[in-house]
Unconditional design. Structure first.
Lengths: 581, 343
């Protein structure tokens, strides 16, 4: 009797185990036909022109779209993409771009292109954010934060079509970072034909929800909080490493150089792109973004193979990833900054001495250890050490609660004064745990007699309220989109960046704006560097924000995944990624 | 019969009405704007706000507002989610079947394993095998369900790498949602890798089903065992024994069906526990069900979603409980003496 029970139990248990052990099927070749990326949040839109959050640009920019120019991820140089070559006039005001031929847009369930990429698409894409009167300008939110924060639209005098594959852009003022701006994640090229079609159907906002681009993947479906599915774009123009390469037989790429280069002694840069050939036999047919907000769950999924790569591994998890043989952890110093910004339009934070007092009240080194686990370097100014304009001897605030208290008393702040610290709800390299950091700061502030309340919302609401300026102070940061110092100074603290919502301190200072404008007009790097040092000094005196850390960038993926690189200049790229057993 | 049906339907309607009142009052009780809580639409300007307020009768008495709310509920117009801007009906239409699916499989596991084991142990009560079954069922029953789920994840997913830990099916498969039940949808679809997808979905189902099913199984064993023991002590069993019936005859003729009767009402109570457990386990396995969805709504302060989500879940529980109870009443004439319908 006893034995029969045990037998039965044993049978039950072994059937259960059998079911479980049969279940593991990951060796099937089918599982190699798609790459699953565990991302941290939902993209706000499928058009990176409309949003600066890295979630959006990770999900869209390098997957769905191409830009006129690209950054080489290794050297940081600007390389051709949809523009096969370009030409800058002597005065630095006229840019001529020769466009690549034979670039196909995505054919999807909602759009079938009848023509390839040409000059009209470039003009449409640029004019959409540039011209207030453009029919698509006010579609979706009608705000283009990246371009607005740089004041790029005001600086472009005209964008004209020279012929079907050549366009000319005229600037009003010289801008040494103009090409770099065209290569950022946000300067994507949309399809004019698709826009036209939607406009006729009276449904223009679909362009940002059901996107069409020229990128390596095309849009299939999206379910909020769940997944985004992309399919491989069969006619992608670019051939990736490891696949058959064929030198361009079409000489159109070089016409520009020979014609114009000879005519006037203009500054000519020509680089011949690689022409597509065998990209359609890529093994990866699907790219899936598995939206997993919890970092520990992303790691768990990576370990079980449910994800092939993950976004933003938490600092505490790095050791676990390094210790596992089936996982790879790629690491690069990032072009980013995490900071604590004060809302300088709200009293008493409009008083620089109050801001300085609060900055002296906190110990940055403790924050670095507790929040970043030493995977970041201490920030003195806005620029990380990787930038050419980095100032090693920049002034930095030091932990000094006594000074903080006396500064507060001078400014007439009574003990028991209460303020809010907004902590962003998502993890970013520049601030992997804003809430923890806020709690630490809360304790430091209590020591100097300031009561801090921590506020957080979901990411979308959080950013909307920040833009409305409802915060006293906020813990947030910035990932640069290109290596130019202007990409830190202008969007973060210039007057023009207040309405676009990247100037979290809501700080507007004429001297500051004048200095960074002067830096942009200067071609001489040493002079530019000197100007930025002056800016650093000004920032230290006025302290609209407390720079905290420059974090390293990490990317974790399974060893089967080949071709993943960290892109220091923005979003993750899956073009050319393959899965091999 | 008709009277019973009528009584139960009145009870059902009244309970739902109370729930609807509660859900409606949530729009006022939640912080924030009533109009936004009720519709999920954030009006862009005053003109739009006025129009919406008029449309939702917010300028009239609470009674009128409530009846308009009811008509909207019936029309399937449940408002929009704050965070996604998608119609709540569509979101719940995807999330609820996923929960029902998981709960159903767990229930099936509980019935298929729990009832036979309960009979076995009841028939052999106070023997060694009974003690083993009883002890293990008490132990399983005392497991907190989330702890069991975490343990399963730790052992089978992370250590042994035998089963996936999240979702319903690998995202690489494109399963068209037709019924909302993943296994059924895979069978109905015309995808290429059907059998592979089916296996994949099964492997995703295994751990959560075990986690939820274990507790239900344990309680099912205990309920059945008690019922069988009670049945065995009835005088008609002694009579049957004295008539000289064999053990098997007594079991099949007198115990099997008589012991089942008291199990049914207890199962009705189990349903509530089952749904609750499912919602907890869902969040651990990232199962895209209603529990997970509600948790997200709480995190993101999505008041319209919470309002309708609560209504949907409680309607599900009430419907199941009342149905099982009514069914029980219909097949069990001995309950005739209870005049009133009750939950």
């Amino acid at each position: 009797m006893m034995s029969s029970v045990i037998k039965r139990l044993a049978v039950c248990a072994s059937t259960a185990l059998l079911v479980v052990s049969c279940a593991k099927q990951n060796k099937q070749p089918f599982y190699n036909t798609g790459v699953v990326y565990c991302s941290e949040s939902n993209p706000v839109t499928f058009n990176p022109q409309l949003d600066t959050s890295s979630t959006t640009s990770d999900a869209t920019s390098h997957q769905l779209y191409d830009r006129l120019l690209d950054f080489d991820p290794d050297s940081g140089r600007i390389v051709p993409s949809l523009a096969s070559s370009w030409l800058v006039s002597d005065d630095g005001l006229t840019y001529v771009f020769q466009l690549r031929r034979g670039v196909a847009f995505h054919t999807t369930q909602f759009f079938t292109p009848t023509r390839n990429f040409n000059a009209n698409d470039v003009i449409f894409s640029i004019n959409r954010w540039r011209l207030d009167s453009h029919p698509f300008h006010n579609v979706s939110s009608g705000s283009y934060p990246y371009f607005e924060s740089l004041g790029l639209a005001d600086n472009i005098a005209d964008v004209t079509r020279v012929n079907g594959y050549r366009i000319e852009i005229t600037l009003k003022r010289r801008d040494s970072s103009f090409l770099a701006n065209l290569a950022t994640d946000f300067a994507v090229i949309l399809s004019e034909e698709y826009a036209e079609q939607l406009f006729e159907q009276g449904n223009p906002s679909q362009i940002d929800q059901l996107p069409v681009g020229t990128g390596p993947y095309r849009f299939e479906s999206f379910r909020k909080d769940s997944y985004i599915k992309y399919l491989h774009h069969e006619d992608y123009w670019r051939a990736f490493e490891g696949q058959a390469l064929e030198e361009s037989s079409d000489d159109s790429d070089n016409i520009l150089a020979s014609e114009q280069g000879a005519a006037d002694s203009a500054d000519v840069k020509v680089e011949t792109g690689k022409k597509a050939s065998g990209s359609s036999d890529a093994s990866v047919k699907q790219l899936i973004f598995d939206i997993t907000p919890r970092s520990s769950l992303r790691l768990a999924k990576l370990m079980t193979g449910e994800c092939d790569a993950t976004a933003f591994p938490a600092q505490t998890e790095l050791e676990v990833i390094r210790n596992r043989e089936d996982l790879t952890l790629a690491e690069k110093p990032g072009l980013n900054i995490g900071f604590w910004a004060f809302n300088t339009q709200r009293p008493p934070f409009d008083n620089p001495n109050v801001r300085r007092a609060l900055a002296f009240a906190i110990d940055k080194n403790t924050l670095l250890e507790a929040v970043y686990f030493d995977s970041a370097s201490r920030a003195k100014s806005l620029l990380p050490a990787a930038s050419w304009a980095y100032q090693n001897d920049a002034d930095d605030t030091a932990y000094n609660p006594v000074l903080a208290r006396s500064l507060l008393a001078e400014a007439g702040i009574e003990p028991g004064f209460s303020m809010t610290i907004w902590a962003m709800p998502v993890e970013r390299a520049y601030n992997p745990n804003a809430i923890k950091m806020a709690e630490l700061i809360q304790r430091y502030l209590r020591e100097v007699g300031v009561e801090a309340n921590i506020v957080t919302y979901d990411w979308k609401t959080f950013r909307r309220h920040l833009q409305e300026g409802l915060h006293d102070s906020v813990l947030i940061g910035w990932s640069a989109d290109n290596g130019d110092p202007d990409n830190f100074y202008r969007p973060l603290l210039s007057c023009g960046a207040i309405p676009s919502g990247t100037n979290r301190a809501m700080w507007c200072n004429e001297d500051y704006d004048r200095l960074i404008d002067a830096a942009l007009k200067t071609e001489d790097l040493d002079k530019r560097r000197a100007i930025y040092h002056q800016v650093n000094r000004l920032m230290y005196e006025r302290l609209p924000l407390v720079p905290i850390a420059h974090a390293y960038r990490y990317q974790a993926y399974r060893n089967e995944v080949k071709g993943m690189t960290i892109n220091p200049f923005g979003g993750v790229r899956f073009g050319g990624v393959e899965k091999v057993l | 019969m008709i009277r019973i049906l009528a009584r139960y339907s009145i009870l059902f309607v009244l309970t739902l009405l109370v729930l609807a009142v509660m859900s409606f009052s949530l729009a006022y009780l939640f912080p924030g704007d009533v109009l936004e809580n009720l519709t999920g639409i954030v009006p862009a300007n005053d003109a739009q706000r006025m129009a919406l307020e008029r449309q939702f009768r917010l300028d009239q008495s609470y009674i009128v507002q409530f009846f308009y709310y009811l008509t909207n509920l019936f029309a399937g117009d449940w408002g929009y989610s704050f965070t996604s801007g998608i119609e709540l009906r569509d979101e719940i239409g995807v999330a609820l079947p996923a929960t029902i699916e998981l709960a159903t499989y767990s229930m099936v596991v509980a019935l298929v394993i729990g009832i036979p084991l309960g009979y076995y142990s009841g028939m052999r009560c106070y023997s060694t095998s009974d003690y083993i079954i009883n002890t293990s069922s008490i132990t399983t029953y005392s497991f907190p369900v989330f702890w069991l789920a975490l343990l399963l994840i730790l052992v089978f997913s992370l250590q042994l790498d035998k089963a996936p830990l999240s979702g319903r099916v690998s995202l690489l498969f494109n399963v068209e949602p037709v019924s909302g039940f993943i296994l059924l949808d895979i069978l109905l679809s015309d995808m290429q890798n059907k059998s592979l997808a089916f296996k994949d979905a099964l492997s995703h189902l295994t751990l959560p089903t075990i986690a939820i099913g274990a507790v239900s199984t344990a309680s099912m064993v205990r309920i059945t065992r008690r019922s069988v023991i009670d049945a065995r002590h009835q005088p008609y069993i002694a009579a049957a024994v004295s008539r000289g019936l064999s053990g098997w005859q007594i079991f099949f003729r007198h115990i099997l069906r008589n012991a089942l009767l008291p199990i049914l009402p207890l199962m009705a109570i189990q349903i509530t526990t089952l749904i609750t457990n499912t919602m907890i386990v869902e969040t651990l396995f990232s199962w895209p069900g209603i529990g997970n969805w509600l948790i997200q709504a709480i995190y993101q302060r999505d008041y319209p979603a919470l309002r309708v989500g609560m209504l949907a879940v409680s309607t599900l529980v009430i419907t199941l409980t009342i149905t099982v109870d009514m069914f029980n009443r219909l097949i069990d004439p001995s309950r005739e003496k209870y005049e009133h319908a009750a939950i």
